[in-house]
Ligand binder design. Structure first.
Ligand code: HEC
Length: 116
């Protein structure tokens, strides 16, 4: 009984981070289909369609996940983001898809980080 419980807990601990981790290949597929029209002119994620559309290449993974979850929640939570365009985009994404896209975008070379 105890051994069984231990096995279950150990399996859960090992599986949890794997399930949450994003898959950059799947993220690229989704982002190319859905997000590139505004955020990646000519497939370049450092070039967005309008100056007020944020560049996403090389953005921190945590930041991307938090921002997309905030759009998804809209103004229903204190950390929500209310934006008509992105609310629709984020609402259609699952948590796993958000993780996948964040894994893809955060690994791209980008000009967002300060040069030291
Ligand atoms: C129709 C154009 C359009 C599409 C398509 C689009 N976005 Fe956006 N995105 C925007 C605009 C405009 C903003 C700025 C919104 C604001 O001011 O909060 C934005 C903001 C963001 C931000 C916040 C960036 C920051 O620096 O805070 C993220 C992350 C983001 N988009 C990711 C995505 C992803 C992922 C997709 C695809 C699922 C996507 N966007 C599709 C227009 C778009």
């Amino acid at each position: 009984m105890i051994a069984r419980l231990f096995t279950f807990v150990a399996a859960a601990l090992i599986a949890a981070p794997l399930a949450a981790a994003g898959n950059p290949e799947r993220g690229k597929q989704k982002a190319d289909q859905v997000c590139a029209s505004c955020h990646a002119v000519g497939g370049d994620w450092n070039k967005s369609l309008q100056p007020e559309y944020p560049r996403l290449a090389g953005q921190h993974r945590d930041y991307l996940v938090t921002a997309l979850m905030a759009y998804k929640h809209g103004d229903k939570s204190q950390i929500g983001r209310k934006n008509a365009i992105m609310a629709g985009q984020a609402a259609a994404l699952s948590r796993q898809e958000i993780e996948d896209i964040a894994a893809f975008l955060s690994a791209l070379p980008g000009s967002l980080h300060l040069k030291r």
